[in-house]
Each structure stands twice: as C-alpha cells, then as structure tokens.
Design a protein. Structure first.
Ligand code: SF4
Length: 123
C-alpha cells in the first residue's frame, strides 16, 4: 500500500476560542510534532478565514494527507472544500479532520493517536 506523508495542522480559532481553553495548545502541538509519526506539526490561527484559504492553496499538495485538529469534521469539510479541490486533493480521503474542542491534553492526544492508527501508522 502506498504510504502518504501525513502533515498535522492545529487550527486554534484565533487562539482565544473557549473551545480550546482546557487544552495546553503548545504542549499538544509539541508532543504531536516531536513524538508522533507526522512529517511536521504547526498551529494556524484561523484556517477558515480568507488568509487561511490562501495559505491552504499555497501549501496543500498532492501525495500528502493532512490531519487538521480543530472544529467539527463536517464543518472542516465545508470550509476547506474549495482549497482541497484547487490542490487536486480529495477532501474525503486527503483530509483527516479531528474535533479536539473542549478536551484536555491527554484526551486530545488520544484522538490524534487513534486517527494515526486508522491511517496505518504505529503510535
Ligand atoms: S477552521 Fe474551524 S477551528 Fe479553524 S478557525 Fe475555522 S471554525 Fe475555528
């Protein structure tokens, strides 16, 4: 089976959204990027704003899958549909959307681990 690169983006809704108040966002991203089998991990303040869309259009590329930790998967699919399409990606296969709102660190890390295992990674 072809192994895709998996990039990890954590979208934090400006960083002031109460949905992330329980989560130490810096511990979360640093554990994922250094300890989990992803190519990289970083925080974006608002992927669904206009600059976020421009960023995705510049950044997304074929051959990669993208875990986006942030809001509800159904929401993410609506918000990122155009950017994935423009990049020639299939939002239903190339986006792995994770809802990590209202979680503490351990719970959010478990959500990421489960998604990585489902994508065939050992973690
Ligand atoms: S994509 Fe979702 S998590 Fe990111 S800023 Fe928009 S609503 Fe918030």
């Amino acid at each position: 089976m072809e192994e895709h690169r998996i990039g990890f983006i954590f979208c934090v809704c400006t960083g002031k959204c109460p949905g992330f108040a329980q989560l130490d966002i810096w511990d979360f991203i640093n554990i994922v990027r250094t300890e989990y089998p992803v190519e990289y991990g970083f925080i974006h303040p608002m992927l669904c704003d206009e600059d976020g869309e421009r960023f995705l259009e510049e950044f997304l590329r074929q051959g990669s899958k993208y875990i986006v930790a942030g809001c509800a998967p159904v929401m993410q699919k609506k918000l990122f549909r155009d950017a994935f399409k423009k990049a020639g990606l299939d939002i239903n296969k190339d986006l792995i959307p994770l809802d990590v709102r209202n979680m503490k660190l351990k719970e959010a890390l478990n959500v990421v681990k489960t998604a990585l295992r489902e994508a065939g990674r050992d973690v």
